[in-house]
Design a protein around this ligand. Structure first.
Ligand code: FAD
Length: 451
């Protein structure tokens, strides 16, 4: 890319550029190392240049220059994705969005922001006016709004508000196309799906309008149970009741070595449910935990946890759970799947019977459809070989689960399975030369491959 890069750089004017080898390396990585398979494939893939726009005009200038000189562009938010989504497979330019971090407006139930705003910063501002995010990844502190929409899917809050793609969560996005004359397009309502979870392969999201919810005072709770089956039966039993929940996470006792700082509340031998419970639901939640054979061991608001140097419940959930274990023991990796509908209460027991200590159960409960609750499994798995990972996935698939393979970097293989024709059509329009995050949308690569 040497000549093209030189000409590209000349057209950038005063736009901030990073080119030191260590900066390039750092801005070309995400959390793909959770998977030893991805780690082998992606380690060392590095951008030639990082650009850091501060305004929408600067994004347009970068898009124009990249299109003119045929340079690959990989957009990057906080870089917290798990599947190498923002790793520039073909080198070129990494477009770091984190300086596009203005909150444009927050009014009743709606926030309009630039895409590089950190979710945590938006949450803080929203709370000042009695509002809150409807959902966020457990990487709240490091992830951006644009990265969550382009790379994420669900998270903390999903037990109350469903998944990100459900109507009413993301209201609109503004997208800059990668063309010699870039266009600024507005996608509203259902059209947002054209770029949601498209890994930044079909346009640069510059602005987002998100729905907010009226703020609730959440209490972070730990309840323990004598068996994992009791813990999940409890979670399943309280979904859809009048107990106001924002998070509901079950982990088996095998996780206790990784939660030593919480040993007083999650002691060895017990199985835990981490939850965020509305202030007015605390008594009912506690009573239900008892009714299902458990006991609540901790229930505090976030500020109080912070004062006691205890983590919030959401940092004991989703892929933070995986992270706790990986910090202590690098031989773990993980899988992701959606439990069958209706929920199969015995699946976890059969899973453990079949694979024993090779796996540790971890499940996230959520509102799967407007009327139905379900769960995502994020079990830890001891890594031996790639073939063994797929044997375990086969077992889950044969048990009725939908696999979201965390060991692949393309959109389709990661769980979408089928080609999203809307996303592909939007790519033809927004990135006609196929310069955006090359290699990540299989459908695009397939149509370009020689017959
Ligand atoms: P990045 O990682 O920087 O980017 C993600 C993808 O979006 C990339 O393909 C990138 O090219 C694209 N992109 C970024 N910004 C833009 C933009 N402005 N325009 C177009 N494309 C863009 N995910 C969940 O969904 N739920 C969870 O609960 C969750 N928990 C996690 C916990 C841990 C510990 C870790 C490591 C990851 C977790 N993730 C989770 C994955 C990830 O953190 C989230 O999806 C997060 O929202 C990604 O945001 P980001 O700003 O870091 O995006």
């Amino acid at each position: 890319h040497t000549d093209s890069l030189a000409r590209f750089t000349e057209e950038l004017g005063g736009i901030r550029v990073l080119s030191a080898p260590e900066q390039l390396r750092r801005k070309s990585r995400d959390f793909f190392w959770y998977s030893p398979i991805l780690n082998e494939q992606l380690e060392g893939r590095t951008a030639d240049l990082v650009v850091v726009p501060q305004t929408e005009d600067e994004v347009v200038t970068i898009a124009r220059a990249a299109a003119r000189h045929g340079l690959p562009v990989t957009v990057r938010g906080g870089g917290t994705g798990n599947y190498g989504q923002c790793v520039p497979l073909a080198g070129g330019v990494v477009l770091d969005m984190t300086a596009m971090n203005r909150i444009l407006s927050i009014r009743d139930g709606v926030a309009e922001v630039q895409a590089g705003v950190l979710l945590h910063a938006l949450q803080q501002e929203a709370e000042k006016v009695g509002q809150q995010l409807r959902m966020f990844p457990s990487t709240l502190r490091a992830a951006t709004v644009g990265g969550f929409i382009a790379g994420g899917s669900a998270g903390v809050g999903s037990v109350r508000n469903g998944v990100l793609k459900d109507p009413g969560n993301v209201l609109s996005v503004q997208v800059v196309t990668l063309e010699e004359t870039p266009r600024v397009l507005e996608l509203q309502g259902e059209d947002v799906q054209k770029v949601h979870h498209a890994y930044g392969t079909n346009g640069i999201i510059t602005r987002v309008t998100l729905a907010l919810q009226a703020a609730v005072h959440w209490y972070h709770s730990i309840a323990t149970f004598g068996s994992y089956a009791d813990a999940t039966r409890f979670c399943h039993g309280i979904c859809g009741t009048d107990i106001d929940l924002f998070l509901l996470t079950a982990v088996e006792s095998g996780f206790t070595p990784y939660y030593k700082h919480l040993a007083e509340y999650f002691p060895p031998g017990s199985h835990a449910v981490f939850a965020m419970v509305g202030e007015d639901s605390r008594e009912r939640y506690r009573a239900q935990a008892r009714a299902f054979g458990g006991q609540e061991t901790l229930c505090l608001p976030e500020a109080e946890l912070h004062a006691r140097r205890l983590p919030p419940a959401y940092e004991c959930a989703y892929n933070h759970t995986t992270l706790q274990a990986l910090k202590a023991d690098k031989s773990w990796t993980y899988l992701q799947f959606e439990h069958p509908h209706p929920f199969d209460l015995d699946l976890c027991t059969r899973f453990k019977q079949r694979f024993g200590d090779e796996v540790l159960c971890h499940d996230e409960f959520l509102r799967a459809t407007p009327t139905e609750y379900g769960a995502y499994g994020l079990p830890l798995v001891r890594f031996t070989t790639a073939a063994r990972q797929y044997e375990i996935m086969d077992f889950l698939e044969a048990s009725g689960c939908l696999i979201f393979d965390p060991h692949v970097y393309t959109i389709e293989d990661g769980g979408m399975k089928t080609i999203d024709q809307n996303q592909l059509a939007f790519k033809r329009l927004a990135d006609p030369a196929g310069l955006m995050n090359p290699g990540k949308m299989k459908a695009w690569e397939a149509q370009r491959a020689p017959a």
